[in-house]
Design a binder for this molecule. Structure first.
Ligand SMILES: Nc1nc2c(ncn2[C@@H]2O[C@H](COP(=O)(O)OP(=O)(O)OP(=O)(O)O)[C@@H](O)[C@H]2O)c(=O)[nH]1
Ligand SMILES: [Mg+2]
Length: 254
């Protein structure tokens, strides 16, 4: 089975996206059916209950509750099944990029990378991670002077924070790649262009926003204790598309 791996620095929004994928993906007509794997189901249900019942984002992944969350995507047209897997490492550990995680990224048929625009300083960490993947892959495959041909979906997470007007939302819909490029450094873009031959940029928001009578309504707010809360009113943005783009590409290859 072809597999893709999701990775992003600590707090980039991986767990929130994976929970919302369970809660909301059935409302999106993508040509794909999405199923949590049996092993991941208890964790996913617990995290999504926290969102749907308590309006709370799941907590940052701790070293004690690391689990590899995975989903199976089944193409309605061809019935082919692909797997999305994560090494949902606690942020602290992910920064060190342990061997298991690196091996999974090197072996995967495609990669989904999550970047939080508000944490720009973490781009160094992202470049270091991509560099480790490149080095390890070159060693394993003994390839030289070749870009990594595997599809790479670069997701700018939490874009609901960047949407103030209906025009912002339109920009995300009409020119998604330009939108993302506007928020990530030239250095990271150059790295991606130099070492990856099939990258695409996606603006993503697990929480989403709601457009009501021409006004953008936020679905993420701070409660009286200044904790971040999320309502179920927003329409998530591109929570399925990065994955289906990857799987569609992998489907075309023998
Ligand atoms: N506004 C907004 N905030 C979000 C969204 N997704 C996540 N967040 C915020 O970002 C925080 C971190 O998100 P997580 O999903 O826990 O991030 P993670 O990548 O799993 O982090 P680690 O488990 O520490 O690696 C959440 O607690 C929310 O406060 C989103 O779509 N919109
Ligand atoms: Mg997490």
């Amino acid at each position: 089975m072809k597999t893709i791996t999701l990775w992003g620095p600590s707090s980039s929004g991986k767990t929130a996206l994976l929970s919302l994928l369970y809660l909301r993906s059935n409302a999106i007509d993508s040509g794909w059916q999405i199923f949590p794997t049996a092993e991941s189901l208890p964790e996913i249900i617990q995290q999504s209950n926290q969102i749907s019942k308590d309006n709370q984002f799941p907590l940052g992944t701790k070293e004690t509750d690391e689990r590899d969350i995975s989903y199976d995507f089944k193409s309605v047209a061809t019935q082919e099944v692909f797997r999305l897997q994560t090494k949902d490492r606690a942020g602290v550990r992910a920064e060190r990029m342990d061997g298991d995680l690196l091996a999974s990224l090197v072996k995967a048929d495609g990669i989904v990378l999550m970047i939080d625009h508000a944490r720009g300083h973490r781009e160094t960490e992202v470049i270091n991670a991509l560099s480790s993947i490149y080095v390890e892959r070159t060693k394993t495959n003994k390839s030289v002077a070749a870009r990594d041909p595997r599809p790479l979906a670069v997701c700018l997470s939490k874009v609901d924070r960047l949407i103030e007007t209906p025009a912002d939302l339109r920009r995300i819909e009409e020119t998604p790649e330009d939108f993302v490029r506007g928020y990530i450094s030239k250095e990271l873009q150059r790295w991606i262009e130099q070492y990856h031959s099939a990258a695409r940029y996606f603006p993503v928001s697990a929480a989403g926003v709601r457009l009501s009578y021409g006004i953008v309504e936020k679905s993420v707010f701070l409660d009286e204790r200044l904790a971040t809360r999320v309502t179920s009113q927003g329409t998530p943005i591109n929570i399925v598309e990065p994955f289906t783009w990857l799987f569609n590409r992998l489907q075309k290859q023998p």
